[in-house]
Design a protein around this ligand. Sequence first.
Ligand code: 4NP
Length: 157
Amino acid sequence: MNQPSVLFVCLGNICRSPLAEAALRAEAIAAGLAVSIDSAGTGGWHAGSPPDSRAIAEAERHGIDISHYRARQVRVEDFKLFGQIYALDQQNLRDLRRIEPKGLLGRSISRVGLLMDLVPGREGTAVIDPYGGTAEDFAQAWADVSAAARVLVSRML
Ligand code: 4NP
């Protein structure tokens, strides 16, 4: 069986999606699962940059070093490379659906979804962008993405 592959996509790839990447990496390792995991931004302004210092600090609070992560913009090839692609909010989802290659009859051939749809009781909600916010907003983003990461891993077991 192919190794599962998951891509997380937010706007800048410096706050929420790197935290989602880190959370799933940690959950997958804890469960002994081999998973290909990456993150990207719909925008490219921060390409090549490390995560926001507050995202690095939040991951560090959970014992995870993400300071070596580097932002990149999502690419059309990602829709072929990743079996599951999760948008962190509805705008990211709309942007992904706009650029994703269409299959026969215009149907999507990828598996693009809203991340919080995975979490019972949180369907249809966003991981709120903490970029203009506080450390508490980054802690909330971590709580959200780690809840989703636990669901993802439970589905892979
Ligand atoms: P992210 O947060 O999408 O969670 O990485 C943001 C980072 C940067 C910007 C917006 C959101 N920005 O406008 O530069």
